[in-house]
Write a protein that binds this ligand. Structure first.
Ligand code: F6R
Length: 265
């Protein structure tokens, strides 16, 4: 089931939801995303930790992905991103942080990926997975047409993703073209999923993910197969969704809209 929340303050909503998870289960296993979208959410979580209303002391984290090859210390690595935007400002035990190793030799990536999956399993599985969404519908770096049972692996990034990521780099040729990413199957195994999106460039991907057919052409549409997904988006990202009345009418006339799709404005 997908519950869609449309709000102009995704940070407060998402941080509240993550906070509830950590208070209910202090040893939660969190799946985390990088990218511009979760930054304001991480800011809010940092505030909560600094005000002593939240603790990551016993939390275990697994990040979705990392560029390859890239040194952890490289300012463009997702490790650096996570340190800058979250880990260096909260009370997390550094031993509990897991991010795919961007320097694992190419011939060892398959073994590394198996170990990453095993580490998630050994930690008890992901309780809450935070996701962004690419303008092409990717989740983590599962580009179209990634299989829904895919697991952690080495991937090539699409031209669209490379173009989207170029804003973080001085020169387009510096943008990494490969990554290690959790698979869609890895993501779907999380007990609960929180997907975030803002801005008009995400509107079509959000429409395809929530209302489109379940297809590898839109990797995020796999979320329709999961039983506990909350999508938190702003009005721009929601712009192409059907109005709630259309959803209700379609349900009544049995036009094939999933009746478990709830939408809240
Ligand atoms: C990041 C990740 C990507 C991003 C997506 C959206 O770890 O896995 O799927 O979530 O590319 O990125 P932003 O938020 O920068 O638009």
């Amino acid at each position: 089931m997908i519950t869609t929340i449309i709000t102009d303050d995704i940070a407060s909503y998402a941080a509240q939801l993550i906070g509830e998870q950590l208070r209910a289960k202090p040893k939660s296993v969190l799946g985390l995303a990088t990218g511009s979208t979760p930054i304001s959410v991480y800011d809010r979580l940092i505030e909560m930790v600094q005000c002593d209303t939240l603790s990551f002391k016993n939390v275990v984290t697994f990040n979705l992905d990392e560029y390859h090859p890239i040194q952890a210390e490289d300012p463009q690595s997702y490790m650096s991103f996570m340190r800058e935007h979250l880990f260096d400002h909260i009370d997390i035990d550094k031993m509990n942080i897991h991010i795919p190793n961007g320097m694992v030799p190419a011939e060892d990536v398959a073994d590394f990926a198996i170990q990453y999956e095993k580490a998630i399993g050994d930690a008890g599985g992901i309780d809450l997975q935070v996701l962004g969404i690419g303008s092409n519908g990717h989740i983590a770096f599962n580009e179209p047409p990634s299989e829904f049972d895919s697991r952690t692996r080495y991937v090539s990034l699409t031209d669209q993703t490379i173009a989207d990521n170029a804003r973080f780099f001085e020169r387009r040729e510096d943008v990494p073209i490969h990554a290690i990413t959790m698979g869609i199957g890895t993501i779907l195994a999380a007990r609960r999923i929180l997907m975030l999106a803002t801005g008009p460039t995400k509107a079509m991907a959000i429409k395809n993910a929530i209302e489109g057919s379940v297809s590898t052409a839109c990797p995020a549409s796999a979320l329709q197969l999961h039983r506990a997904v909350t999508v938190v988006i702003d009005a721009n990202a929601a712009a192409l969704l059907m109005p709630v009345t259309a959803v209700l009418e379609a349900d009544e006339t049995n036009l094939g809209i999933q009746d478990e799709h709830h939408i809240w404005w």
